[in-house]
Design a protein around this ligand. Sequence first.
Ligand code: NAD
Length: 442
Amino acid sequence: MDIAMIGTGYVGLVSGTCFAESGNNITCVDIDQGKIDRLNEGVIPIYEPGLTEMVQRNHKAGRLHFTTDLESAVTKAKVVYLAVGTPQGDDGSANLSALWSVVAGIAPFINADTVVVTKSTVPVGTNKGIYDRLFELNGIHYRVASNPEFLKEGAAIHDFMYPDRVVVGVREEETKEILNELYSPFLRTDKPFLSMSPESAELTKYVANALLATKISFINEMANLCEKMGGDINDVRRGIGHDQRIGFSFLFPGVGYGGSCFPKDVRALASMSKANDLPPTILDAVDQVNDRQKFVLTQKVDQHFGGDLKGLRFAVWGLAFKPKTDDIREAPALVMIEQLLERGATVCVFDPEAVENVKMELGDKVEYAEKSMDALAGVDALAINTEWDVFRHPDFDAIKSTMKSPVIFDGRNLYNPVQLAGLGFTYYSIGRAMVKPSSDNA
Ligand code: NAD
């Protein structure tokens, strides 16, 4: 099938590449000429495990093309996917300016049989808006479908190739069949292809993200309570997780969720709720708890050192909003770094993949280490914000001898408090009591 994928970011590039992998002919379009040039040279602009090899293989095989030329991509396409960004607008609602600009841009080049599919996360009613806008521009009732994307950065290829389900919002049986055929290679293990109205499909994406965000804010609030009341959130988590009605997923306490989806999608859904005169009580609370949680680690720093950090040096491990991605949008680490700098500290950062993106944001406000251990030289404390696997089993003796003082603020509960105390570390984590460091090793 000939497909145009408009918007070649995390979602467009992964979706386009996976569709090419199953034999389709894909043209990825973007307005960013630099990005398209790099992709044509085989350079992948984002870090996503397994993506480089798959892009290069399909590009070489002639199934995956990259261009800024909308006309050439759209004219030959049977399906035109819209995968541009829908960031948060000033009032919390989704900013659809890129989407509307693409809708106007494709109108001259589509034909009566073209299927236009929205993969971007868009407010309820956008599908109908695109349908109406294309009719206004061309006088034709096109087939316009919604196909929200559920992939997770860091596991995007696996999620796309082996989805838990595919959701499509369609008006006509024929559109449903075209999309069913397109997805059939990915649904061979009997995972469901769920067709519904465009409005339900648009809502499904927001409701899924809002529920996942709710789980995170809930466990974070409970973690803070555990800490105050002498409980251990890890024990509580195990205690509830074995209940089959509850389960374990998305119930790991930390420093709050970030990324390009949860924060903006929770707010956009709240904004839709308000526009319909329904108070978004839970959604607002989820957002507030998350905003507060991003400060929890710095509060522990204040508690340990006092508010003034002048003359102190910190290492920060983990900058991406989660492991296995270089995405730093709304990353909790950036909030913490700003707090440390405001209090007068100097900061040296390390992340396995996200450093280049952070350099664009923070420039020379912080120092950058090439290796995790290099960041620790002479520091008064280490703060961990992202649970990259490489941080899980470090050489604690080497850490202790490299740091000026053995103090760790762990925002992801990577280590065992008793073990760390035994090694002489002052170790703060989330929702677990401090254990006094052993004086033998301090
Ligand atoms: P992104 O910012 O990584 O990519 C968007 C791309 O669109 C950019 O490359 C940008 O240059 C391009 N673009 C903007 N205007 C354009 C135009 N007029 N013509 C052509 N290209 C244009 O965004 P993303 O993370 O890929 O997200 C895209 C959509 O998918 C959003 O609605 C997002 O909410 C949704 N989504 C994202 C994820 C995720 O994990 N990132 C998961 C599911 C859904």
